[in-house]
Design a binder for this molecule. Structure first.
Ligand SMILES: Nc1nc2c([nH]c(=O)n2[C@H]2C[C@H](O)[C@@H](COP(=O)(O)OP(=O)(O)OP(=O)(O)O)O2)c(=O)[nH]1
Length: 152
């Protein structure tokens, strides 16, 4: 039987302009490995042994973008271990708001872009070449952001 310990755990940040009223998402374009280079993703990375997902995410966002963030709610995944990325990896994703620094592509990315989350600009978001496994997560982020904006 396969347990979650055999699955590579990844933590990703849905960095938005405001946790209370999210209207834009920060997407990052990967530089490596070759099968993902040029594709857009949620900045983040692998959880190290003995590390929690949230601590891993804070570490990765500092390393990759040079920012400190406040984490908001997790984007609810269809499976207990997170959003499936492949047969061997799953990612949990949190909303995040930058509290320190301004994001730059320090490591692993060559471009960062703030993308509108509004439904009437949906093609700006879904029209980007995301890593294929990310599309359902992007949609969940958009829907949840819309709900938060309506509630604000
Ligand atoms: N960070 C991130 N990784 C993703 C996303 N979607 C997706 O399929 N992945 C995959 C790509 C990689 O196989 C894996 C994450 O690995 P990574 O290369 O970002 O992790 P890392 O920074 O810790 O890298 P390393 O230590 O292996 O160099 O998850 C996403 O939106 N964000």
């Amino acid at each position: 039987m396969e347990g979650t310990e055999t699955i590579v755990q990844v933590a990703g940040g849905a960095i938005v302009d405001s946790l209370a009223r999210p209207t834009r998402l920060l997407a990052a374009r990967r530089t490596a490995p070759p099968q993902f280079a040029g594709m857009w993703e949620f900045p983040g990375g692998k959880v190290e042994p003995g590390e929690g997902h949230e601590a891993a995410l804070l570490r990765e966002l500092r390393e990759e973008l040079g920012v400190g963030v406040r984490l908001g709610p997790e984007i609810c995944a269809p499976a207990r271990g997170g959003w499936p990325l492949s047969a061997k990896a799953a990612m949990r994703v949190w909303f995040a708001e930058i509290t320190e620094g301004s994001p730059s592509a320090l490591e692993d990315h060559d471009e960062l872009r703030w993308i509108p989350l509004a439904r009437d600009a949906e093609d700006r978001l879904t029209g980007l070449p995301w890593i294929p496994a990310d599309y359902p997560i992007v949609e969940a982020v958009r829907v949840e952001a819309e709900r938060l904006v309506r509630r604000a």
